[in-house]
Design a protein around this ligand. Structure first.
Ligand SMILES: C[S@@+](CC[C@H](N)C(=O)[O-])C[C@H]1O[C@@H](n2cnc3c(N)ncnc32)[C@H](O)[C@@H]1O
Length: 282
């Protein structure tokens, strides 16, 4: 993140979601506010996406991770009595503004202070009402603990809580990632978290298609001042999650994502790519 400036990759992820509504008619993930939150720049940003087919894979991955997280949240609310949601590194995520759960779900949006201030400005310009059940909690994960930021916002650690943490882990140091997961894993009320991560480049040293795409993406986000900081080996990450208090770990790699969401269409490459994890303590 550039000092004092909102996240540029948050804008990028929101453009992918908006473009998915227009170019793929939201077949994975339907978000009626995705265009509106982008404001006057929405149409131009979508046209740009349309003219660059190389963006499709990442766009679909972003659509899948959001859909997966919101489906898991709906299940947690219906079956596990979850009444508290924390959206970590929220960017321009619109869930809080279109949730049908109303008073039934307290929502905390946690983000870097500069990104959060910019989002609030965009919400106001787009005349998107902020529900009474939403609390904004500005936190820089590299400088402050999530525990302090949430406590200041009135978070109740004794309530079962669902966390979404989408498109953020790769930008944080391993220490910041595990300190946040350690906090979530030790909550007395129990917790569930959905996040995404990437594997390290191929250990064979040979550059495959995924390696080339990831290298190009890494160069792009670094040029925006938001370099990738961490990647994880799947088995080692699962072991760490268990050590941090998570009992159940579901990990969707590229093969499972393809099977679940793109059985009849072209989707992300089946062998390598981003992973989406759902980990739960109860
Ligand atoms: C790629 S965006 C993802 C935004 C959103 N979750 C989404 O899927 O659209 C990365 C987010 O991580 C946040 N972020 C990055 N570094 C952070 C830090 N050190 N502390 C807090 N938030 C951070 C940015 O502000 C931004 O909102």
């Amino acid at each position: 993140m550039q000092q004092g400036k909102p996240s540029r990759t948050a804008w990028g992820a929101a453009v992918h979601r908006a473009a998915h509504q227009v170019l793929e008619h939201g077949f994975i993930f339907n978000d009626p506010l995705a265009m509106r939150i982008l404001g006057a720049d929405a149409e131009g940003a979508v046209r740009e996406a349309e003219n660059d087919p190389s963006r499709r894979k990442l766009r679909l991955f972003i659509a899948v991770r959001t859909r997966f997280a919101e489906d898991a949240l709906a299940t947690a609310v219906a079956r596990c009595g979850v009444r508290q949601l924390v959206v970590l590194g929220a960017g321009l995520d619109t869930y809080a503004y279109r949730s049908s759960l109303g008073e039934g779900l307290r929502i905390f949006e946690v983000d870097h202070p500069a990104t959060q201030a910019w989002k609030r400005q965009r919400l106001s310009e787009a005349a998107i009402p902020v529900p009474r059940t939403l609390v904004f909690a500005p936190v820089d994960f590299e400088l402050e603990t999530l525990a302090d930021g949430l406590a200041a916002a009135g978070f109740d650690a004794a309530q079962p809580t669902f966390f979404t943490w989408l498109g953020v882990v790769p930008y944080l140091t391993e220490q910041a990632v595990f300190s946040t997961l350690g906090f979530i894993g030790s909550l007395p009320g129990g917790a569930q978290v959905v996040f995404d991560y990437g594997n390290p480049p191929s250990s064979s040293g040979k550059q495959d298609e995924y390696g080339a795409v990831r290298e190009a993406l890494a160069a792009r986000v670094a040029s925006l001042g938001e370099a990738f900081e961490s990647v994880f080996e799947t088995d080692a990450l699962h072991a760490k999650l268990r050590a941090l208090g998570f009992r159940e770990v579901e990990d969707l790699g590229p093969g499972s994502i393809r099977e679940r969401y793109f059985a009849k269409r072209g989707g992300p490459s089946p062998d390598r790519g981003g992973h989406i994890v759902r980990a739960t303590t109860a």
